[in-house]
Design a protein around this ligand. Structure first.
Ligand code: SAM
Length: 254
C-alpha cells in the first residue's frame, strides 16, 4: 500500500477501504472537521460560494457531499426556486446529513442520493453548479471523477472544488508536516482509537497519508483542463493547506 500511494495515491482495495473509513467515522466526522481545520472549514466554504457568485434559482450538485454541509449552504443560497442534490458513496455519511435536515429550516429540499462520483447516474448538461469538498483524494481515478463533473454540468456552468494541498514555503511546509504527522494522529486516536480498517491504517492516519502523491495546484488544474474545463483558477487558502479550484465548462449559460 505504501509504495502504491507514493506512486500516485492509488492502491488495491482503495474503494472499499475509503467507504469503510467514512462509514466508521460518520458519527464524529463534523466534530473532527472543526478540530482538524481549526475552525477554518467554514471560511473555506464561504470562499467557495463567493467564487460561485449569485446562484439564486440554480440547480446544484454536491459530489462527495458527506454529511451535507456544502449542500446545505447551496440550499440556502439557491432559495425556493432552486434544486440541490448531494451525492455520496457512503451510506452512513448520508444518514448523518439526513439527520441534520430537520433542524435547518432550509428554503428548498436537498435530495441525498447514494452514488459513485466516477459513474454518476445523472444525464448530461443537468446542473448549473457542481461543488465538491475534500472528496478527490478519496477516489480511485481523479480524472474520471473530474470528467463526470464536467459531463453533468450545463454549458457555461461552474465547478467549485476544494481539496487539501501542501504549502510551497519551506518553513510553513515544516509546520504543516508536524501538524499532519503529530497533531492529526493525536486527535484522530481520541476518536478512531487506532482501529485498523480492512487490515489497513486507522481512519485518521488516512487523512495524512492520502496527501502523499496527491496532485494539487498546477497539476490539478491540468486534470480539470484535460476534462475540457476552461477559465481554470486555483486559489490557495490557509498558507497552502487548502486549494480551491474554480473551473468553467465552456458554452453559453442558459
Ligand atoms: C472528506 S469527506 C468530505 C465530505 C464533505 N464534502 C465535506 O466537505 O465535509 C469525503 C467524502 O467523499 C465520499 N466519497 C469518496 N469516494 C467517493 C466516490 N467514489 N463517490 C462518491 N463519494 C465518494 C466519502 O464517502 C466522503 O463522504
Amino acid at each position: 500500500m505504501e509504495e502504491d500511494k507514493k506512486a500516485g495515491n492509488q492502491f488495491e482495495g482503495k474503494d472499499v477501504y475509503v467507504k469503510d473509513v467514512f462509514n466508521d467515522i460518520a458519527p464524529y466526522y463534523d466534530k473532527m472537521n472543526d478540530i482538524m481545520s481549526v475552525g477554518m472549514i467554514k471560511r473555506w466554504h464561504k470562499f467557495m460560494f463567493k467564487k460561485a457568485g449569485d446562484i439564486t434559482g440554480f440547480s446544484v450538485l454536491d459530489v462527495g457531499t458527506g454529511t451535507g454541509e456544502l449542500a446545505f449552504i447551496s440550499a440556502r443560497k439557491v432559495g425556493p426556486g432552486g434544486r440541490v442534490t448531494g451525492l455520496d458513496i457512503t451510506p452512513a455519511m448520508l444518514e448523518m446529513a439526513k439527520q441534520k435536515v430537520g433542524d435547518l429550516d432550509l428554503p428548498t429540499e436537498v435530495e441525498f442520493v447514494i452514488g459513485d462520483a466516477l459513474d454518476m447516474e445523472f444525464g448530461d448538461d443537468l446542473f448549473d453548479l457542481v461543488t465538491s469538498g475534500y472528496m478527490l483524494r478519496n477516489v480511485t481515478d481523479i480524472q474520471k471523477a473530474v470528467n463526470e463533473m464536467y459531463r453533468v454540468l450545463k454549458p457555461g456552468g461552474l465547478a467549485v472544488v476544494a481539496e487539501l494541498a501542501k504549502p510551497r514555503n519551506r518553513v510553513i511546509q515544516w509546520g504543516h508536516k508536524v501538524y499532519l504527522n503529530r497533531v492529526v494522529p493525536f486527535w484522530g486516536r481520541k476518536y478512531d482509537k487506532g482501529k485498523v480498517i480492512d487490515g489497513k491504517q486507522p481512519a485518521y492516519d488516512w487523512l495524512t497519508s492520502s496527501l502523499e502523491g496527491f496532485p494539487y495546484g498546477p497539476e490539478m488544474l491540468g486534470i480539470f483542463r484535460n476534462a475540457g474545463f476552461t477559465d481554470a483558477e486555483c486559489y490557495v487558502r490557509s498558507m497552502g493547506a487548502v486549494n480551491i479550484y474554480v473551473v468553467r465548462k465552456p458554452g453559453k449559460a442558459q
